[in-house]
Design a protein around this ligand. Structure first.
Ligand code: NAG
Ligand code: NAG
Ligand code: NAG
Ligand code: NAG
Length: 690
């Protein structure tokens, strides 16, 4: 029954159940889809088909309720609007009350409905208060605090098994604030990999511990023989980590991590298994936000392309805003892969997002998405006003021949029916209430796996391990061929230092069906529920809100206000509520989380055709000139520069896009800020209604 509810829904709306590849994508029908909770359909104790993604707690033991939210006090001192469960819409960190309430809510509402937890780091406060600088001890202690909280919720009550303390796997990850000084991690083994080997010991499978101590990366087989989660140490890809240098040179930990990942993915392919990748810093790559070293981005994207039969998806944190990224495999360049672009200049960059750079970043994402090939449109059966319909496959058409050609061309451009030219990274917003606290529950397809037992983090089967070692050895042995033959030539030509080499990841076998990120199948991501806690309502300190115009540090929407005496310490019940659910959200219209679905969403966000009467010839008020002063400009290597030049060439088009808002773009930016920002503000920044 679970397998067929979608067909059933389509039957309801169209009177016919079409084969998968002919289903028209009718966005508006999604709102009426019958929703059958999948947990009713899997056996007790079996898999639930859900996992929790939680990120960026930033617990702050110095947080004081009703302290000032201003930059120099950071919710540690003074009098102000900092609420009991946190100061929403500010740059303050999380009080322990918020951390505890979040775990209590998880305990009461999610504990028995998820198969594993992906926890993408930053489990320590920011170093934002000059009067109370962070210490190493404190950074470790707050991480330990969170480990304890996970243990309270997911720990085994009667623990007779010494090798496994948890009811489900919990997979931690290094955030750029989990180390000191923040952002800087030396190649391993180092004191941080050693320290966290002990803090996270219970979460790191025994056979992974050696690898972890060398580089801080590891993997967990969350569904034995079926699904592995890779916890990537993105500190070694991170542009702001000045202690390392990308992924092109063999001596770099980024290179080594990519090699490890490649070998592991090949190993999973050989075993017929799938993978989820997780990390803290996402592979954002725009002018306003260039977060990964280009050589790491290049390899990562190549790996995603070549192992597209294995990778289910990838999830990240760090940004605190809800969004997603598309990687275009056409951006993979042999030159850049080998590190043969000028190294990106390393300025002392502040990686925290100011409102201005966030707006630029989102606007740039949209500009990029506006270049996505347009899907051929069908003359709409619905009202012409909706304007954001994509009908990719037509089953009823008069001019069949002509349309078919258009469709063929379109499919060619996007890498075929499954859009294999692209891959997607999901970025979840944070617990720390830069906007509102959030968490995300992702649903995945467990069809055919319903009766499997859940995995335990620390007890992989013996046979599996032996197999693993065997395969590992054989893969290591077969990978000696270098990627480029050109390499040797260039070495001779330049007589420079030895150019790095690496083995090209093998592509899927010709007979392999499209991968789980592309075509819906077992383990494919189906959707997610985005939860948020409305701290304005929960803290209940103020009568009404006022938007405040601010830049840099955010004092929050209650800035300058003092809670009324009668309201002090009163609060409403703490809870997370549903912000949106991709499975029944009619604006995003994501029928699943495949690349093709995201490509369509991105295309719709990027799409804008100004109506003839008020075509917008707008002035670029927030162009690169003004941005030069805010410290967020990066000087790029050849490749990046080329990319940005290309973008500028298309500026005319881009400008029209940036100042006009359509419903799906507005919804996207509103959700980026977890619904915490004022509509008027959003219109000022992202475009007026048309
Ligand atoms: C949070 O929970 C921990 C136990 O996990 C407890 O020791 C601590 O007192 C709690 N703090 C607050 C502020 O509730
Ligand atoms: C789940 O996977 C099965 C095959 O393994 C597939 O037949 C089914 O359509 C998938 N379900 C959804 C909702 O994509
Ligand atoms: C949060 O709660 C406040 C106060 O009840 C309300 O005005 C606001 O609309 C809510 N925000 C969201 C996104 O639900
Ligand atoms: C969408 O599904 C959620 C359950 O995940 C439900 O609470 C919500 O009411 C649904 N919304 C719509 C518009 O059907």
């Amino acid at each position: 029954m679970f397998l067929h509810w979608l067909e059933f829904a389509l039957f309801l709306t169209h009177g016919t159940a079409l084969p998968t590849e002919q289903r028209p994508l009718i966005v508006e029908s999604l709102g009426q889809r019958p929703r059958i909770p999948s947990h009713d359909l899997v056996k007790e104790k079996g898999l639930h088909g859900r996992f929790l993604h939680i990120t960026d707690f930033h617990p702050d033991q110095f947080y004081e309720t009703y302290s000032s939210t201003e930059e120099d006090t950071a919710c540690h001192r003074g009098n102000g609007p900092a609420g009991i469960f946190g100061a929403e819409t500010t740059d303050c960190d999380s009080p322990t009350t918020l951390v505890n309430a979040t775990f209590k809510w998880i305990n009461d509402n999610l504990k028995d409905t998820v198969d594993f937890v992906i926890w993408t780091g930053d489990s320590s406060r920011h170093d934002s208060d000059e009067e109370i600088p962070r210490t190493e001890k404190e950074v470790v202690a707050t991480n330990e605090l969170l480990v304890n909280k996970f243990e309270e919720v997911f720990g085994k009550e009667d623990d007779t098994d010494p090798t496994n303390d948890f009811i489900i796997p919990i997979i931690p990850n290094f955030g750029n604030n989990d180390i000191m000084p923040h952002n800087i991690m030396e190649p391993g083994p180092n004191k941080w990999t050693q320290k966290y080997l002990s803090v996270w010991r219970k979460f790191i499978p025994e056979e992974q511990r050696h690898g972890f101590s060398t580089g801080g990366w590891f993997s967990v087989e969350v569904i034995p023989k079926h699904l592995t989660v890779f916890s990537l140490n993105t500190m070694y890809f991170f542009e702001h980590n000045t202690a390392v240098d990308g992924c092109a040179e063999r001596s770099e930990p980024g290179y080594q991590q990519m090699e490890w990942l490649r070998i592991q993915l090949q190993f999973l392919r050989n075993r017929g298994m799938k993978a989820i990748l997780m990390g803290h810093v996402p592979p954002a790559r725009t002018e306003a936000k260039l977060l990964w070293d280009e050589t790491c981005w290049q390899k990562y994207t190549l790996w995603l392309q070549q192992y597209r039969d294995v990778i289910v998806g990838s999830v990240y944190g760090h940004m605190n805003i809800d969004h997603f990224l598309l990687q275009d495999h056409k951006d993979i360049s042999n030159k850049a892969l080998r590190g043969k672009t000028k190294t990106i200049s390393r300025m002392a960059l502040d990686d925290e997002l100011t409102i201005q750079s966030t707006a630029d970043y989102l606007t740039e994402l949209r500009a990029g998405w506006s270049q996505i090939p347009d899907a051929p449109k069908m003359k709409s059966r619905s009202s012409s006003g909706s304007g954001h319909f994509y009908h990719l496959f037509e089953s009823i058409t008069r001019k069949k021949k002509q349309k078919k050609t258009k469709e063929d061309k379109f499919l060619e451009k996007i890498g075929g029916e499954w859009a294999e030219r692209y891959s997607v990274s999901l970025v979840s917003p944070s617990v720390v209430p830069n906007y509102f606290p959030t968490l995300r529950v992702i649903e995945y397809n467990v069809s055919g796996l319903e009766n499997l037992p859940m995995a335990h983090a620390n007890c992989p089967e013996k046979t599996t391990l032996q197999e693993a070692e065997k395969t590992h050895r054989s893969i290591e042995g077969e990978d000696e061929e270098p990627i480029e033959t050109e390499k040797k030539k260039s070495k001779k030509r330049n007589g420079k230092k030895k150019k790095p080499q690496f083995a090209t990841p093998k592509s899927p076998s010709k007979s392999a069906p499209p991968g789980p990120a592309y075509s819906p199948q077992t383990l494919s991501l189906l959707g997610y529920t985005q939860y948020f806690a409305n701290l304005t309502r929960i803290n209940d300190d103020f009568e009404q809100d006022q938007a405040i115009d601010e830049q840099g540090w955010h004092n929050g929407k209650h800035s300058g206000k003092k809670p009324h005496k009668d309201k002090l310490r009163h609060h409403n019940k703490f809870k997370y509520e549903i912000e949106y659910d991709t499975r029944n959200d009619s604006v995003f219209g994501l029928k699943d989380l495949t690349v093709r679905s995201y490509l369509e969403l991105a295309g719709r966000i990027g799409q804008y055709k100004p109506p003839k009467r008020d075509r917008i010839e707008d002035v670029d008020t927030e162009g690169s000139d003004t941005r030069e002063n805010d410290g967020s400009v990066v000087t790029c290597g050849d490749h990046e520069l080329a990319a940005s030049k290309k973008k500028h060439k298309k500026h005319g088009k881009k400008h029209k896009h940036r100042k006009a808002i359509n419903k799906v773009w507005f919804t996207f930016v509103n959700r980026a800020f977890v619904g915490a920002r004022d509509d008027d503000e959003l219109h000022d920044e992202f475009g007026q209604k048309v």
